[in-house]
Write a protein that binds this ligand. Structure first.
Ligand code: HEC
Ligand code: HEC
Length: 324
């Protein structure tokens, strides 16, 4: 009788372990669905500059919708890019583009996270607004990639960046320095001046870009850029939004000029504070999955699991011996 009870106890515990391992394995394989991640990355790069991804030039002149606003004086190819109208923070007139040189008054796309692929396709093929038609030059697979990005890839970076000062609100600078040295310095240089970027008609260093355009910095660190295929998309290496933020925080302390040059021009002021938005949505979920995955792959987790198993075996032995 008592042996039977012990055997039952053992069975229940074993079942619990198996289901725990199953749950962990499932969560881990969600991270390894790399094909899906790659689709999101492609969508993000199309959002940044679809003409560069497709290696073609946008139609000549301004995008037809561009004429609905007058404040923004950009013209030509840039007016065809999703990011020019909807913003690096995906929040259009409600986010970083609410004022300053990037102002257009156009809405964001942040809420399309909850839209269906069909609804997004309707927006991009001109069904909703005939002037908002990007097919062609985009084809069906591009629309799918953009939908995947809009549904899964949008992160509210304004939880990390102060809209007035453009400084990272809080983060781990040391972690950022470590990550930068490991993953970025080989190409961008220890001080971020090895490569120059075009920003507002000037050549700027990575430090300047981090200070002036932190949202663009985060988007391109996460998803890379079709303008340079060497630039890795860190999301494919499993980076969390917080790791990107930490690197941005560190990069904001890098030199804002090039060796032997004067400092870059200062920031333009006049930005309004941005009221708090809802907390992290998808960012948190991705973060948890990444954390679990990191645990699963690390030796620490194996040691922990071993300890738990040994504990259970001791418990069962104790149970059986005690009841004999
Ligand atoms: C020239 C400016 C402009 C460009 C470029 C642009 N959009 Fe839009 N977009 C708008 C405006 C304005 C709206 C609001 C609805 C309308 O009038 O079409 C909109 C609406 C949308 C919507 C629907 C939002 C909702 O809440 O229903 C989506 C999705 C969208 N755009 C995605 C994109 C993507 C992806 C690209 C790049 C391929 C892009 N847009 C390029 C101006 C632009
Ligand atoms: C293998 C080389 C390589 C590595 C590693 C690399 N980058 Fe880049 N990165 C590039 C190149 C090349 C460009 C494009 C330069 C240009 O626009 O001319 C670029 C562009 C960028 C941009 C976009 C600049 C702009 O114009 O908006 C950012 C931001 C950036 N890198 C940040 C990083 C960060 C952060 C890391 C580390 C996580 C990193 N890069 C790692 C090569 C690299």
């Amino acid at each position: 009788m008592k042996r039977t009870a012990a055997a039952y106890a053992f069975l229940i515990i074993a079942a619990m372990i198996v289901s725990l391992l199953g749950a962990i394995h499932q969560a881990a394989s969600a991270r390894t669905l790399n094909q899906e991640d790659e689709l999101v990355v492609r969508g993000a790069q199309l959002y940044d500059d679809w003409a560069a991804v497709l290696d073609q030039s946008p139609p000549s002149g301004n995008h037809p919708i561009w004429g609905r606003q007058e404040e923004n004086t950009r013209s030509g190819p840039d007016t065809w890019r999703c990011v020019t109208c909807h913003g690096w923070d995906y929040q259009g007139v409600e986010g970083a583009n609410r004022s300053g040189p990037n102002f257009t008054g156009f809405p964001g796309v942040f809420d399309t996270q909850s839209a269906s692929a069909a609804e997004i396709a309707a927006a991009l093929t001109g069904e909703d607004d005939p002037e908002h038609n990007f097919v062609p030059p985009l084809v069906e697979e591009d629309v799918e990639a953009l939908a995947a990005f809009l549904q899964q890839g949008l992160i509210d970076d304004n939880q990390y960046i102060d809209l007035v000062s453009r400084q990272v609100i809080e983060g781990d600078r040391e972690n950022g320095q470590r990550l930068y040295t490991e993953a970025c310095a080989s190409c961008h240089g220890e001080d971020g001046t090895a490569l120059a970027f075009r920003y507002e008609g000037q050549n700027v260093s990575l430090g300047t870009l981090a200070v002036q355009e932190p949202w663009r910095f985060l988007h391109r660190t996460r998803y890379g850029t079709a303008r340079a295929s060497e630039m890795p998309a860190m999301v494919l290496d499993g980076w969390t939004p917080e790791e990107g933020r930490d690197v941005l925080l560190y990069a904001q302390s890098l030199p804002t000029g090039f060796p032997g040059e004067g400092e870059a021009p200062g920031q333009d002021g006049g930005r309004e504070p941005f009221d708090e938005r809802g907390g992290p949505s998808r960012g948190l979920f991705t973060g948890i999955l990444t954390a679990i995955w990191a645990m699963v792959t690390s030796l620490g987790f194996a040691v922990l699991l071993g300890a738990v198993l040994i504990g259970i075996i001791f418990f069962v032995v104790w149970l059986i011996r005690g009841q004999q």
